[in-house]
Design a protein around this ligand. Structure first.
Ligand code: IPM
Ligand code: MG
Length: 384
């Protein structure tokens, strides 16, 4: 019997391309694993009315962890259009299967490292971020994104049920909408956060900083406007920070940090944020280190985890083996870390770094013409 059982979820679009790349590398590294193919994604929504079929949930429960490619999500009206005729008008509601998975398995922590590997052109124009003496600036940031609550918690309404409308109207701030809209013209998405959720994500961030010798943890919020939810997160952050006197704890508003990180990316180390702000800022961090082709992520729970690159399914490139597999391979590295296969994880990251530094085998985003699988094979050669 294999040491690990890994749920294999390519999902949609280029998810398949990059998962094939991951498999080449994991097989060459001889990871002792059985891979369990699991259905997830847009096709299953269209054919079955469920992008995360029950059989997948069941299969996941019997695995050590999951590896996931990418997902296509569309707005509700388009999603309903694409259902097979037998399923139309059945009142089915689309939800993102990855967001659902994170909640269902309580994968509360989304960890997203973004590192500038030497030799990597730091943006799509191939120029590097350099200091005044022309040396590359080293960026090494890790985003801790709360993964189950907040703006992506899924508590949303349209149209607004009468009791919800009435309850909201008890607040005088509802007046403008009461006057101009009426309940049938209002949509509502909630931002629900808890002391437990906020405290947990802050603890994860500080613990990581302590374990890896990092000296700074920055909270990203907007408590000057989002007074209650942002305020709660801020209080939890400050409480947790007291337990880590050697680590500098500071905070920044989401808008300001987008400017500061673009200007001085080397100043930041560990970043912690609520679900939506973490989603936004992790794409920004990816942009600072070469784009989404270099951004891995781990959805971590207490006993289970699902690993996925930060990028989406890029439907226009699906099946063309054009996209950069490095995000996926660094994601596999995070999985190896979690499995405590430390030697393998180090070997894989070193192989990725070496291929980037040599710059001989490169996908289009790195200014090259090589395919997804060619890059994977070059990395596998060094990793095996
Ligand atoms: C991500 C993605 C997802 C998210 C989408 C595809 C639902 O943007 O993992 O960052 O918002 O979490
Ligand atoms: Mg995102």
């Amino acid at each position: 019997m294999a040491k690990y059982k890994i749920a294999w979820m390519p999902g949609d679009g280029v998810g398949n391309d990059v998962m094939e790349a991951a498999r080449i590398v994991l097989d060459r590294m001889k990871l002792d694993a059985e891979y369990v193919p699991c259905d997830i994604g847009w096709d299953f929504w269209c054919k079955e009315g469920n992008a995360l079929p029950d059989r997948t949930v069941k299969a996941l429960k019997e695995t050590t962890c999951g590896l996931f490619g990418a997902i296509t999500s569309k707005p509700q009206s388009e999603a309903k259009e694409e259902l097979i005729p037998e399923l139309k008008d059945k009142g089915l509601v689309y939800f993102s299967p990855i967001v659902k998975l994170r909640q269902m398995f309580n994968l509360h922590t989304n960890m997203r490292p973004c590192k500038s590997y030497p030799g990597n052109p730091l943006n799509y124009r191939g120029t590097r971020i350099a200091n005044p003496s022309g040396e590359d600036i080293a960026i090494d940031q890790v985003v801790f994104r709360e993964n189950t609550e907040g703006m992506y918690g899924g508590v949303e309404f349209f149209p607004l049920p009468e009791p919800v409308y009435t309850a909201l109207c008890a607040n005088p701030k509802m007046k403008p909408w009461k006057d101009k809209a009426g309940l049938e013209n209002i949509a509502l998405s909630t931002r629900i956060v808890s002391v437990q959720g906020c405290t947990n994500i802050c603890k994860q961030a500080f613990e990581f900083a302590k374990k890896t010798g990092r000296k700074r943890v920055t909270l990203i919020e907007k408590p000057n406007v989002l007074r209650e939810t942002g305020g709660l997160m801020m209080r939890c952050f400050k409480d947790v920070a007291k337990g880590y006197p050697d680590i500098r704890a500071d905070d920044a508003n989401i808008d300001a940090i987008c400017m500061w990180m673009f200007k001085n990316p080397q100043d930041y180390s560990v970043l912690v944020a609520e679900n939506m702000f973490g989603d936004i800022v992790s794409d920004l961090c990816a942009g600072l280190v070469g784009g989404l082709g270099f951004a891995p992520s781990a959805n971590l729970g207490d006993r289970y985890a699902v690993f996925e690159p930060t990028h989406g399914s890029a439907p226009k490139y699906a099946g063309q083996y054009k996209v950069n597999p490095i995000a996926m391979l660094l994601t596999a590295k995070l999985m190896l870390d979690w499995l405590k296969e430390n030697e393998m994880a180090t070997r894989l990251e070193a192989a990725v770094a070496r291929v980037i530094a040599e710059g001989k085998v490169r996908t289009y985003d790195m200014g090259g013409k090589d395919s997804t699988l060619e890059v994977a094979k070059a990395i596998a050669d060094y990793a095996s």
